[in-house]
Design a protein around this ligand. Sequence first.
Ligand code: APR
Length: 253
Amino acid sequence: MEVPRALVQVAQRARRVVVLTGAGMSAESGLSTFRDPENGLWQRFSAQHLASAAAWDEDPALVWAWYVWRFECVGEVQPNAGHDAIARWSERTDLAVVTQNVDNLHERAGTRSVVHLHGSISAFRCSACERPHAETPVLPDEPVERLAPPRCATCAGLIRPGVVWFGETLPDRAWVDAVAKVSEADLVLVVGTSGIVYPAAGLPAIARSEGAVVVEINPQTTDISDMADLSWRETAARALPALVDAVHDGECP
Ligand code: APR
């Protein structure tokens, strides 16, 4: 596959790389994105009714069942060639991933520096006292629409998924880390995000204002395309291995 020459050159020179990822990064692993017209989750389910604090207050059993289903979907898939390529690159370069994804596929591929802006689907906690909840939830054999969330062993509060819902603010630490990383980067790759959910969608512009080169990898045009230095209309699992090979081929062993 032909890798844009300008991208290879800037990637070979880059001392610090940040890869900002969205749902498209995990699409070739078999996880749905949110807004893709065909099978995006928000085409099939209502975000308002399932991924918001208001939905949880209204019907925790409906929300819990849905997140346990998504948790099991993540457990059933594997990191794709894109996740693996990023992990390979991170072994030889100062590279960090900043992700909007709540799956753990970057970590399972071996990338150590991962900032989760929207939380993690495998981190459960008490919705009252915030204590972490270690027990792994299991879906009954028959798919159910509602499933009672477990109770906190300390305060009997309802256990919730450790994700950031619509209407909630991002975890401070994650946001501060993300801004620091993109501000110090030479190259920021924006992979598989539609660029419409803020504040995450504002990170490429912050990076650019601090002097980083911003490159988008996405088969479709997005809200970030106009401000990117380069847009490569390719998929994550095809483009990233080709890019990392090209970067390493050019390097002295
Ligand atoms: N490789 C690269 N990009 C892809 C691929 C692929 N194989 N398949 C789809 N894409 C692109 C789509 O073109 C689209 O631009 O991934 C993007 C997915 O966009 P969204 O579904 O909007 O996902 P994302 O940008 O991550 O959503 C942001 O919104 O729903 C909330 O909290 C949720 O973190 C999520 C946030």
